[in-house]
Design a protein around this ligand. Structure first.
Ligand SMILES: Cc1ncc(COP(=O)(O)O)c(C=O)c1O
Length: 443
């Protein structure tokens, strides 16, 4: 049996070039990375190139990539169709600062796919949720926003409340305390962000009652995917829809991770629930930085009437909108999803079979192409339950996978795997083969 310490030794021995790069990077980039989510112990692998479902690090090691840049690459790495379209677009000018045909086509494709009358582009998921929340506040004339404990909606102030609050401070299950992430979030922002418990309709109802006529919107990920993969209980999203209609709050689906991934038309199609505002990013950009938000015309009119501010130098640039157009019309077609979702389920079933075989205290869950292993016996249904697992086991599993050429999911125990349009049965088989070896060691 290899211990975690031995696996870390093996990791260091196999990633010497990454280590030197980390030492250089750390001198100029905090933690040696450009996004805090990319750091892990003892240092991350630095990537040289990527293609299809594979990435190669600076030590020349090959990995099957099931992170796919935190799920953004539903099209896969360097898809030939994407490369051709983006290379052509790069030669035709990358920024105009003026309107053009590709943004119209990309917006039309998004509108049709996600049932949105009007769409505006952004450059990231954070920007999409930030604008969506401002728009909801403007439309309703209310200041407060309801979010769920444990949910992540990006890096702006309103979203950075109760993302992963420490267990000792969270308050009661039904009335979670609103707690800022780190320092620098104004008290007023925290006071305007009310927090409810995922999968508990009573919690949502009570928080809405306590803040009667003050809540502009409920924002949620239809499947919570910043604490693994936690689907809504049957009927929960329908109940949220009804509570929004009753209370006058807008329902905002943050589909940054589910849009063009959970199904062709995202979570609205999958769960058959219509949101008032939809936030998009990741998959719709086809590998380029692009976000969008949209709603019915009456709501988006707040922007057209200059009442809710939206603008941006890079918004709808021709390069990213070409990638979006190409991804949505040529790569992420309806035909792609059944197969990718089947592979996603095969991964979860395969993991669960191995978990049972070796009697591990773990369980695998997937919703379509996204899935994860929870290091507890039963799937959690909310943040509090999610906290109750063996995170040390995750890190052992993580390093063991990397040592064997598999990136099993995006880094950290709160993420999940993505089966993209280009993953094959062979990739799935290899991941399960590696997991069998890991599970045997970990039993
Ligand atoms: C659900 C959700 N919303 C918003 C964001 C923020 O997106 P971005 O990193 O593009 O700003 C993320 C990022 O992972 C996300 O998962």
């Amino acid at each position: 049996m290899t211990t975690h310490a031995q696996e870390l030794e093996r990791y260091r021995a196999q990633t010497k070039a990454s280590h030197s790069m980390y030492e250089r990077a750390e001198k100029i980039l905090p933690l040696g990375v450009s996004s805090n989510f990319r750091t892990f112990e003892p240092y991350p692998i630095y990537i040289q190139r990527a293609e299809g479902s594979k990435m190669w690090d600076v030590d020349g090691r090959e990995y099957i990539d099931f992170s796919m840049c935190f799920g953004a690459l539903m099209v896969g790495h360097s898809h030939p169709t994407m490369v051709k379209a983006v290379a052509k677009a790069a030669g035709e000018g990358t920024l105009y600062g003026m309107p053009h045909d590709r943004e119209i086509r990309a917006a039309e494709l998004i509108g049709e796919r996600f049932g949105l009358e009007h769409v505006r582009f952004t450059n990231s998921g954070s920007e999409s949720t930030m604008h969506a929340l401002r728009l909801a506040r403007c439309y309703t004339g209310r200041d407060k926003v309801l979010k769920f404990e444990g949910a992540y909606h990006g890096g702006h102030d309103t979203a950075l409340v109760s993302v992963k609050p420490p267990k000792a401070k969270v308050g009661s299950v039904r009335h979670p305390k609103a707690l800022p992430v780190g320092h620098g979030i104004p008290d007023g922002t925290v006071a305007n962000t009310v927090v409810a418990q995922w999968n508990d309709v009573h919690s949502v109802r009570e928080v809405l009652q306590k803040n009667e006529n003050e809540v502009a919107a409920i924002i949620l990920e239809p499947v919570m995917m910043n604490i693994g993969v936690i689907p809504p209980k049957d009927g929960f999203l329908q109940e949220l829809r009804a509570l929004c209609d009753e209370s006058g709050a807008l329902l905002i689906f943050d589909e940054v991770k589910t849009g063009a991934k959970l199904a062709w038309g995202g979570a609205q199609e999958w769960f058959k629930v219509k949101a008032d505002i939809v936030c998009l990013a990741k998959a719709i950009g086809g590998g380029l930085p692009l976000g969008a938000f949209g709603a019915r015309r009456e709501i988006m009119n707040e922007i057209a009437q200059f009442r809710s501010f939206h603008a941006g130098t890079y918004a709808s640039n021709p390069l990213a909108t070409t990638a979006c157009m190409t991804a949505l019309s040529e790569v992420l077609t309806r035909e792609v999803f059944p197969r990718a979702m089947e592979l996603g389920s095969a991964l979860a079933e395969g993991h669960n079979h191995i978990i049972r075989k070796y009697g591990l205290s773990a369980c695998a869950v997937n919703v379509g192409v996204n899935g994860t292993v929870f290091w507890r016996k039963t799937p959690p249904t909310n943040y509090r339950e999610w906290l109750d697992q063996d995170f040390d086991a995750f890190w052992r599993y993580w390093h063991m996978n990397l040592n064997r050429g598999v990136i099993p999911q995006a880094q950290c125990y709160d993420e999940q795997w993505t089966v993209s349009a280009v993953h094959t049965e062979k990739d799935v088989y290899r991941m399960l083969e590696v997991f069998d070896e890991i599970a045997r060691e970990m039993r």
